[in-house]
Design a protein around this ligand. Structure first.
Ligand code: T4K
Length: 374
């Protein structure tokens, strides 16, 4: 969707050189094997399992199906505690499984689910918690684990923003029962479209169900064991992932330069709220650069958004509106239950961030933002 004719967009897909991709896909012209868990799929799964230090991994067609099928494979019932400050996918994945999302408010500094408000939302119908590591900010994973254990709940992290992040020197996939990743074109690591589910050891039934759901329950030309759908990653997507993973650490290092320039220019400006560094996050992925414009800034988020658009700079209002206010959920949920999420969603703007964004462009963006200060 090319909604804006902007010179600088909120992000730009990382890609390998054309030559590298051609070399990676050229064996497909010999094998004619284009999908259904071929060599590229197997190689990428192996490489990602190692990169994420995951006990188990399965690749999927996108991050949404990773979430939707994980929830289904866990055979959850009743209510699921989650956040409305996320992409549509998280809430839709719960609702499309016939479950009721119970929205917990977010922390006003990390924008992740506020664990201090979680326990009061748990009922005898609650079966799971689906928190989101929004912008790559890590949730209060220890407290979530404590609550989940106390009430016997499953924890499925929406880690779509958190690929490559480490918390206390451990991969993000070490926390929770299941982690769902998106490898969409706009993500730090992409396979064009794609996703993955990682899950801890001892969840063999879950792994089996997930596989069945992604591949029609088929286990051979004459064996169909379960009622499944189709959510396989194809070989061209996997090949893109194999190439992009080779350059990922380099890309993240470039992102960090862009991120730090923003911090240099925008920290300590009255009314501008940036992510606070979290010492426990021992590896960041610099996925997004969210800025919250508080009252003291003088101009509203929407005014800054318009000023940037005038200069052909495409910032985005991730995440506005919050999911419990979507038209499709009208009259089912109330935004009054999540006042912090509502406030942040009206004030937040994610500024352009990608590996090859020139620092001179970051300066230009910051100049426009600062020109709005009153
Ligand atoms: N959970 C969370 C927390 C998520 O953020 C997401 C996805 C999911 C679950 C579901 O995962 P997937 O099923 O999508 O794998 C984008 C992405 O489409 C979406 O994947 C992502 N979250 C969401 C945060 O952002 P839009 O509607 O903002 O995308 P779009 O098309 O406006 O693109 C944004 C910018 O990216 C463009 O201005 C330019 C750049 N771009 C875009 C495309 C499509 C590229 O450089 N290359 C491209 O191919 O949703």
């Amino acid at each position: 969707m090319n909604e804006y004719k902007n010179d600088i967009l909120v992000t730009r897909s990382s890609m390998p050189s054309l030559q590298e991709y051609i070399e990676e896909i050229s064996p497909l012209w010999d094998s004619h094997w284009l999908t259904n868990m071929g060599d590229k799929h197997k190689t990428l799964a192996r490489n990602l399992k190692e990169y994420l230090n995951a006990d188990n991994i399965d690749l999927l067609v996108n991050g949404h199906m990773a979430l939707e099928l994980s929830i289904q494979a866990l055979k959850l019932t009743g209510e699921v505690i989650t956040t409305p400050f996320t992409f549509a996918s998280t809430t839709h994945a719960i609702v499309r499984n016939g479950l009721t999302p119970v929205f917990c408010d977010i922390d006003s500094e990390t924008y992740t689910i506020d664990t201090s408000k979680m326990e009061s939302l748990i009922t005898d119908r609650t079966s799971a918690i689906v928190p989101v590591h929004v912008y790559g900010n890590v949730c209060n994973v220890e407290e979530i684990e404590r609550i989940a254990k106390k009430y016997g709940l499953a924890v499925i992290y929406d880690s779509c923003h958190a690929f490559g992040v480490e918390y206390k020197d451990k991969s993000i996939s070490s926390y929770g029962d299941v982690n769902c990743f998106s490898f969409h074109a706009t993500k730090v690591f992409n396979t064009i479209e794609g996703g993955a589910v990682t899950y801890r050891d001892g969840m063999d039934d879950f792994g089996e169900s997930l596989y069945n759901l992604k591949n029609f329950g088929i286990h051979g030309p004459e064996r169909v064991e379960a009622v499944g759908a189709n959510a396989k990653m194809n070989e061209f997507a996997a090949a893109m992932g194999i190439c992009n993973l080779r350059h990922l650490d380099e890309e993240i290092a470039k992102r960090s330069k862009v991120y730090n320039r923003y911090v240099e220019r925008l920290a300590n400006v009255e009314g501008i709220q940036l992510n606070k560094p979290d010492a426990n996050v021992t590896k960041k992925n610099y996925a997004y650069f969210p800025v919250v414009f508080n009252e003291e800034f003088g101009s509203s988020r929407n005014e800054v958004f318009e000023a940037l658009a005038q200069e052909h700079i495409g910032a985005r209002k991730y995440f506005y509106p919050i999911t419990n206010s979507f038209e499709c959920y009208r009259d089912r949920y109330s935004v009054d239950e999540t006042p912090v999420a509502l406030r942040i969603s009206k004030r937040v703007l994610t500024l352009p961030l990608y590996a090859d964004l020139a620092l001179s462009d970051v300066d230009k963006i910051c100049d426009v933002v600062l020109s709005c200060k009153k």
